[in-house]
Design a protein around this ligand. Structure first.
Ligand SMILES: NC(=O)c1ccc[n+]([C@@H]2O[C@H](COP(=O)([O-])OP(=O)(O)OC[C@H]3O[C@@H](n4cnc5c(N)ncnc54)[C@H](OP(=O)(O)O)[C@@H]3O)[C@@H](O)[C@H]2O)c1
Length: 239
């Protein structure tokens, strides 16, 4: 795929549904995209939709709980688009339960996807960003990264850790002109956690988060929004 040197190539994880899907849709009219997730069918359907609308999109399936697949994903992305200018770590999961009841393997699985995958992806893309003295990393965290909650031992631990990682990463790389941001949404109407959330009065839509991410990707090259806490307000249909 031909990408101009001034264009910003964006890699979006967890793009098969929910927030990542909405982010890809929101960026596709301007930015060359690499979309990833485990479901090849969903990725290909999104690629077709965005390509039909004039977008330039590469779909590369990967299971981000596998360090080998993360490595292969980054290599394949660079092969196909030449580079990654903006990494959006959006893929994530939640397993909930009281701390004495949650299984150790489930706790580890949540940390693996929500914390280790962003770390490994960041580690894989950073050397090139540092060499080029440009780049952007956006981590989709959660309000659960700012406040604990009942049953949130594993999930909140992963998102608090992701926020600490994001904050420190920003300090590490600001001298290279690389922007790093944590986005912390409240409840979003997606299939997150197993079943589609019902339409409640105070809930964000995936497009709301995508709108915020679009703002960040468009942001001035000399500024860096550190953290955005995005809360819903009462939906028009409930006012
Ligand atoms: N929904 C909310 O209320 C809410 C609120 C605050 C923050 N967030 C955060 O927002 C992010 C997106 O959540 P969402 O609500 O859009 O969730 P979702 O609808 O469940 O989508 C999760 C995405 O992550 C991908 N994914 C899951 N496991 C994966 C794995 N092992 N390897 C690669 N990709 C994987 C899924 O694709 P495949 O299944 O195809 O792999 C899917 O595209 C998460 O980080 C979540 O913590 C969500």
């Amino acid at each position: 795929m031909t990408v101009q040197s001034k264009e910003k190539v964006v890699l979006v994880t967890g793009a098969t549904r929910g927030i990542g899907h909405a982010i890809a849709e929101k960026l596709a009219d301007t930015y060359p995209l690499i979309i990833t997730g485990r479901s090849g069918d969903h990725l290909n359907a999104l690629k077709k939709k965005l390509t039909d609308m004039g977008g330039r999109v590469e779909a590369i399936p990967a299971d981000l709980s596998s360090p080998e697949e993360i490595k292969t994903l980054v290599e394949a992305s660079v092969r196909s688009m030449g580079r990654i200018d903006c990494l959006i770590n959006n893929a994530g999961m939640g397993i909930f339960g009281r701390v004495d009841e949650i299984q150790e393997k489930d706790f580890r699985q949540v940390l693996e996807l929500n914390l280790m995958a962003p770390f490994l992806l960041t580690k894989a893309v950073l050397p090139d960003m540092i060499a080029r003295k440009a780049g952007q990393i956006i981590n989709i965290s959660s309000v659960a990264g700012l406040n604990g909650f009942k049953g949130g031992g594993a999930y909140a631990a992963s998102k608090f850790a992701l926020n600490g990682f994001t904050e420190s990463l920003r300090e590490d790389v600001k001298e290279f002109g690389i922007a790093v941001t944590a986005v912390c949404p409240g409840g979003v109407r997606t299939e997150f956690g197993g079943s589609p959330a019902s339409v409640r009065d105070f809930v964000l839509e995936p497009e709301d988060v995508a709108h915020t991410v679009r703002y960040l990707v468009d942001e001035s090259e000399s500024a860096n929004t550190k953290l955005i806490e995005l809360k819903p307000r009462r939906r028009p249909d409930f006012r």
